[in-house]
Write a protein of this length. Sequence first.
Length: 95
Amino acid sequence: MQRNRRDGLIDYEAVASRRVELDAYLEAIANADLASRAPPELKALLSNAYSAHALESILLHPGISSIKSISGVWKENRHSVGALELTLDEIEHNM
């Protein structure tokens, strides 16, 4: 993520230019075997899944000033994590 920062902030244009990498990472999260993870590893995976899916949500809405502007971003939009379909809220509160 460091290479996607400019002046201490996320450079969304840089992330968007490497969208293939983000999509591959999201696919790996979607295919992760959650049951085989030790608790600390599962917590790290969920934290990374939350960040990656939040980033994806922002990229799907170019020009927004805040993720809070995206309707349903926390409690409605579902994301694949292992064999589950979870909202960002569910991911955050199950860590």
